[in-house]
Design a protein around this ligand. Structure first.
Ligand code: LHQ
Length: 255
């Protein structure tokens, strides 16, 4: 059985981390299959992506039983985690993490690399790293710091406190919490909503916010100007204006 399952429903691709007996912990093989799934999601017909986990966990981070085999950790991170995190950020469509259960260590980092996080009420969020004497990796120090702010991020990542889904929602780590049995349906509904938006506009918004993290105001204004010049040339811009003038809902195609 594959460690990562990919399904397609219309313009929505769902990627399921599929090692339920190991809480979907990352192995080299899972990383490779995840990267292949993210490459598959580049298909222009795919306009929104959901990432979730099989069984009772979202992802427990690095499989600690494979840990000793990794040797040079820096090299292992560069070879396995980094390409997947960068692939999510480079994907020109929204990536929704549907956090169905425990989300720990690099699994938490990966969820935080996604554009949107929703959670089951049974989900929990565990830094993990400091519990085994490590530091946040796989982008954890980058994304969690940005989502929570420096002070809360430091306190959480060093205390290793397990957060409930409700607490994660109160902190702004997830945007929505639903009952566990309706999470797949809610994720599908949210992804369908996104898949019907002007995909290129959504993708360029993603790029702008990533750029804003390290840009000066002048640089950000310039990138806005450049990308808006692209956006006005899309069919979806023409359709949006036409639909507005005709007082009807727009039918965006993502082109
Ligand atoms: C696991 C794991 C796991 C294997 C639970 N591996 N079996 C990158 C590069 C290189 C090196 C190192 O690290 C990294 C990045 C990282 O991700 S470091 C952080 C690694 N992750 C952790 O430290 C998390 C460890 N796990 C936990 O804190 C808990 O197990 C969580 C919060 C995930 C789930 O808690 P519970 O729901 O209470 O379940 P449990 O603790 O009872 O675990 C269930 C089973 O899953 C258990 O096995 P067993 O045979 O007793 O049923 C665990 O050993 C196994 N498991 N995480 N990462």
């Amino acid at each position: 059985m594959a460690d990562v399952e990919v399904t397609r429903d219309g313009a929505v691709q769902t990627i399921t981390l599929n090692r339920p007996e190991k809480m979907n912990a990352f192995t080299r093989n899972l990383h490779a299959e995840l990267l292949a799934a993210l490459k598959q999601a580049r298909d222009p017909e795919v306009r929104a992506v959901v990432v979730t986990g099989a069984g009772r966990a979202f992802c427990a981070g690095q499989d600690l039983t494979e840990f000793s085999e990794t040797g040079d950790i820096g090299a292992a991170l560069r070879a396995t985690y980094h390409p997947n995190v960068l692939a999510v950020r480079a994907l020109e469509k929204p990536v929704i993490a549907a956090v169905n259960g425990a989300c720990a260590g690099a699994g938490l980092s990966f969820a935080c690399a996604c554009d949107i996080r929703i959670a089951a009420d049974s989900a929990s969020f565990v830094p993990g790293f400091i519990g085994i004497g490590l530091i946040p990796d796989a982008g954890g120090s980058y994304f969690i710091h940005r989502i929570l702010g420096a002070s809360r991020a430091f306190e959480w990542m060093t205390s290793n406190r397990r957060l409930t889904a409700a607490e994660a929602h109160a902190w702004g780590l997830v945007s929505e919490v639903v009952e566990a049995d309706v999470l797949p349906a809610r994720a599908a509904e949210l992804a369908s909503f996104y898949a019907e938006l002007p995909t290129r506009g959504v993708a360029m918004t993603k790029r702008l916010f990533d750029h804003a993290d390290s840009a000066t105001l002048e640089e950000q204004l310039e990138l806005e100007a450049q990308l808006q010049s692209v956006a006005v040339k899309t069919s979806d811009f023409r359709e949006g204006v036409q639909a507005f003038l005709e007082k009807r809902p727009p039918r965006f195609t993502g082109s």
